[in-house]
Design a protein around this ligand. Structure first.
Ligand code: ZN
Length: 172
């Protein structure tokens, strides 16, 4: 009859058995081992690696997503600020509320004060960069006004996203 095998040998042979290419002896040995070893049986039933901490994985994915959204947010605000001195200015009436919604995804309700802070900081930074480059005559005085207007647009986006989230959560 089949000799007893160690967990290590069992796990080495397992893929071959599962693919149906193991010898009959190996198969019998693995099956015998699985019959009396819960650890290897879990491994055989659960697929390749033993499932890692699901919560941890989810948190990791969320953090990654959050980082990505934050980059989208920063890039979007800078892009919007760049539009200020162009004819495409009015796109910001759509862009800024959208960014506000993204801000809600990243910060939740904290976006209500973080979005304006972010907006003003980026506005100041972009104005400073333009002055340094000296490329175009920037209407520096008008920039804070635009930043305030964009803040309002963004806050509308935060509110809409937040209320939608709240409503969906209630329904769920
Ligand atoms: Zn085992």
């Amino acid at each position: 009859m089949a000799h007893e095998i160690s967990c290590q040998i069992c796990q080495d042979l397992l893929p071959l058995v599962q693919d149906g290419i193991a010898s009959q002896d190996s198969q019998a040995a693995v099956e015998a081992h699985l019959g009396c070893c819960p650890a290897c049986r879990a491994l055989a039933e659960g697929g390749p690696p033993p499932p890692p901490d699901g919560q941890k994985l989810l948190r990791h994915t969320r953090q990654k997503l959050r980082g990505f959204l934050l980059i989208v947010l920063l890039a979007g605000i800078l892009f919007g600020l760049e539009l200020t001195s162009s004819i495409d200015l009015f796109y910001n009436s759509v862009l800024m509320p959208t960014l506000g919604a993204v801000g809600y995804l990243v910060y939740r309700w904290k976006a209500l004060y973080r979005m304006p802070l972010l907006m003003l900081a980026l506005c100041a930074a972009s104005a400073a960069l333009k002055l340094l480059r000296g490329v175009e005559p920037v209407d520096v005085a008008a920039l804070p006004v635009w930043a305030m207007i964009y803040c309002l647009f963004a806050l509308v986006g935060v509110l809409i996203a937040g209320l939608l989230h709240f409503a969906l959560k209630k329904e769920g």
